[in-house]
Design a protein around this ligand. Sequence first.
Ligand code: PLP
Length: 467
Amino acid sequence: MAESYLPPVSREGHVSLTQQIFQGLRSAILNGTLQERARLSSWQDLSAQLGVSRGTVKRAYDLLKDENLVETKGSGGTRVAAILPIGAPPQAAKESGPEGLFYDFETGPQYFQLGVPAQDQFPGKAWHAAWRRAISAEATRPQIYPDPRGLSSLRREVAGYLATARGVRCLTNQIFITSGFAGALGVVLNVMNLNGKKAFVEEPGFPRTRHALEQAGLETIPAAVDGEGIRLPITGLHPGVELTVVTPGQQAPLGMTLSQGRRQELLKWADDSDAWIIEDDYAGELQLSGHASPALAADDTSGRVFHIGSFSKTLNPGLRLGFLVVPRALTERFAVFVGHLAPAGSVVAQQAVQNFMTGGHFFRHLRQMKALYADRKIMLVDALRRELHPAIRCDFEGALSVRLFLPPGTDDVAIAGVARTHDLGVLPLSSWYQRKDSPRGLLLGIANVRRRDVASRCKTLSRVLSL
Ligand SMILES: Cc1ncc(COP(=O)(O)O)c(C=O)c1O
């Protein structure tokens, strides 16, 4: 018997009837409403039921056939394919990431969520214009392979940004457009054959970096962070370390800038040990007080530093765009690898970002965000001081976060879990440490704190902490 599922159609709006029927049936198949081998109404029946022409329904069925979602076999009529193509889930399931690593992908951001830009102060008009121009250029672009290193026009803009804002002087061919910091990290580990080797990582440090290195088979050795930033352990105790990953501009998550003395120590260590440094410049120019100090790569005279920047904090993490600057002697090696295994992504997104930068909007936006985030941080610290128990120590120096320190042994992971059920996206500090007896606390992002609700959110957090 034929299934009597009727796709919804409307004569208002711009979507053609064929497309509406196709989309309706397609969703019904993908979400399991129409199961494998289910028979669809004949296109003659369906056209009568929907009051549309037979040709309209036939075209919709042809589109389903093109996607291998249905098959037609003689008198058997049209049926949902017996084996749905890969990627077609039998049931619509809500996607979520590995536990504890990511936030919810489909909603949010939650209040206090770390690592996302302000949602309410984005220069939407200039951003739209940049995308409109990119899309119309794309529509007339020849259908050829683009440069796998990234659009040269975007790489030139990035070179300009690096020289002006980060003190890094490099040639365009040292720059590679990547899928954010994470993509660039993967490229460096592969090209430099670092899989299976040992690396110093900051303690505390960005958990995703540690997990990424472990995933690539590296042994991660924690290097403590103090008021001057990373302090390498006595290296004689750890022979054979070939890499240090560091956040010199704004230590993640504690916020201090690597001191001049430590920068020199780190560079000397790399030079003496024939080792490499990955500089994670995730926050780039977003230094909230005064000028951002130059990137570590600016002082690298021996070609030991891989500098990685990301548009995740400055524009939108959904772009999945970042950039990698490699030492001059390694440009060829990286170009070959990237060409084969990690070509830069969507040309349209790259073009839109380049348009935005060329129009001067990127620098203006950064300047405005620095002022906004500095204000929001003060607002948050004031509210926390009013609402939280005075015994809770609050650290807000540097960084795009505020840190709350809780008594030793507190289960900050459980507290963060409870906070999330109250729509507060705080992160547990202990997850940023490798050692078990780590300090306990919470990290609060400042980007989306607003005057109208900061007090009530801090009150909720205070209730969660006293549970
Ligand atoms: C320390 C650190 N590095 C890098 C990133 C950005 O990673 P990606 O560019 O892959 O989005 C983040 C974002 O949260 C971060 O906190």
